[in-house]
Design a protein around this ligand. Structure first.
Ligand code: AMP
Ligand code: ZN
Length: 472
């Protein structure tokens, strides 16, 4: 397998060529959603870009195994171990049990993913399925001296590591250590960044989900689940770990601390992080209350795929600001693009040389740190290029395996045709009348109808699928 995919590795802070542990095979892990509420479109930006990453790797020939956890226990409202339990918060809000909340929002998450053409990972594992695995890893960490018990909880001892802040540069590390004294601390912790592996005697009296453990009845911390679930399905060596940039610290930092202390060797080679989707007031987040969901976009008349295109038009490592004006621009670009593509004729044959030339250009853009907007530019370029419609169609069908924008199949909504509903009803009635006139061999009337519509700026086209119309 030729190693030609380059992308930014947060761990080395540089763009690197992907070299898998096992030739041709990629073990990939994604931090899944905390299922206490709907995913907002910021979360989904991360999942869209991770989906493009997975599909690109498959497209260029890798065999990918992708695993995702579902966080249904242990995630407190602060990523450090403070604040409310997110799942309990959801259950209280909706007067339901934690498991009902988890099931409902897990289903909703995958519904949203489906609408955005995000492929379901090969393995999806809820944290509550793996309690024994967490307990085992914590036992080993205690045995090896990387963890300690205090105040009823089990903590990871970050002072046991030579390099805990693996993602930070030297100057950032100095800064991180420097702020220690100002931060409010859990009195049980030996070091400021120590984190909980297992909680007992829950600090939430109504904690719903609890399990027996060697340290008492309790529940796992959030970070341990990703270390265990990934190893359960991908083994002790992983190629790519993904998440949003907010996961870098403390979540991914803690995952590495646990996993490498447990195995005694390097765990994951490449870390892929997606930058924030922001709104005018900053990072989009669920705690802001009024957050944007896929359903809300649909209610406002946007095809979710337009949001996918919005994400693909910007680079995953740059913050992206959401606004309806920006989304409207993408929507009209999308509609025009789909119409141009769907106007391509279906006959003719595929010119292999041209096909290869453009396929290589498309791959080159994606292999260049996932330059999705330039990959879309290749679609525009090929539409303008000298080649048969059949070649263009074949290329677009091929590219859409990665872009997943329904470029050949989208039904462009009525609202996007550029005429109002009344006008559209009139056009459709005239088309029906013309059909009837033709059936009766009244070609004069049929031609007259065509001319009347042309006078109103509407062009009719007779195609194999029936009569199509468009604005002149
Ligand atoms: P959560 O459900 O809160 O655990 O988050 C799910 C994923 O969404 C994580 O990978 C986060 O890093 C990511 N994420 C959260 N907020 C944003 C945002 N505003 N923009 C992009 N990704 C985000
Ligand atoms: Zn995770």
């Amino acid at each position: 397998m030729e190693n030609r995919f380059k992308f930014y590795n947060t761990l080395s802070r540089s763009v690197e060529t992907l070299i898998p542990n096992e030739d041709g095979k990629i073990a990939m892990y994604t931090c899944g959603p905390t299922v206490y509420h709907f995913a907002h479109i910021g979360n989904l930006r991360s999942y869209i870009m991770e989906d493009v990453l997975e599909k690109t790797l498959r497209y260029i020939g890798y065999d990918v195994k992708r695993v995702m956890n579902i966080t249904d226990v242990g995630h407190l409202s602060s990523d450090a171990d403070t604040g409310e339990d997110k799942m309990l918060k959801g259950a209280k809000r909706e007067h339901k049990t934690v498991m009902e909340i988890a099931q409902f929002y897990t289903e909703q998450f995958f519904e949203d993913c489906k609408k955005l053409n995000i492929k379901k990972p090969d393995v999806v594992e809820p944290a509550t399925n793996c309690i024994d695995d967490f307990i085992h890893m914590i036992e080993v960490l205690l045995e090896k001296g990387y963890a300690y018990q205090a105040g009823g909880n089990v903590y990871f001892d970050t002072s046991k590591l030579d390099d805990y802040y693996v993602f930070s540069s030297q100057s950032e590390k100095e800064l991180l250590v420097g702020v220690r004294d100002d931060v409010e601390e859990d009195a049980n912790k030996k070091n400021k960044n120590d984190f909980v592996l297992w909680f007992t005697k829950s600090k939430f009296e109504d904690q719903a989900l609890k399990w027996e453990s060697p340290w008492g009845t309790g529940y796992p911390g959030w970070h341990i689940e990703c270390s265990c679930i990934s190893m359960k399905h991908l083994g002790e060596h992983m190629d790519i770990h993904c998440g949003g940039v907010d996961n870098i610290f403390p979540h991914h930092t803690n995952e590495i601390a646990q996993s490498e202390s447990y195995t005694g060797h390097k765990w994951c080679n490449y870390w892929f992080h997606v930058q924030y989707l922001n709104d005018k007031s900053g990072k989009m987040s669920k705690s802001k209350g009024d957050f944007l969901t896929v359903s809300l976009l649909e209610e406002k008349g946007y095809d979710p795929v337009v949001y996918r295109m919005f994400c693909l038009q910007s680079h995953y490592r740059k913050p992206l600001e959401f606004s309806y004006e920006a989304l409207d621009n993408i929507k009209s670009a999308y509609v025009k693009l789909v119409k141009r593509i769907q106007d391509l004729k279906e006959d003719g044959s595929v010119e292999q040389e041209k096909f290869q030339e453009y396929k290589e250009r498309f791959e080159k853009e994606l292999c260049n740190d996932l330059n999705t907007s330039m990959a879309i530019t290749v679609v525009y370029d090929l539409l303008k290029a000298e080649m048969s419609d059949a070649t263009k169609r074949a290329l677009i069908e091929d590219f859409d395996k990665v872009l997943s924008l329904n470029l050949l199949t989208a039904v462009v909504e009525d609202a996007n045709t550029g005429v109002d509903a009344e006008m559209e009803a009139y056009i459709l009635a005239m088309i029906e009348e013309r059909k009837a006139a033709k059936k009766e061999k009244n070609f004069a009337r049929a031609d007259e109808i065509r001319d009347i519509l042309l006078g109103k700026g509407i062009i009719l086209e007779d195609t194999r699928e029936g009569v199509k119309w468009k604005k002149a």
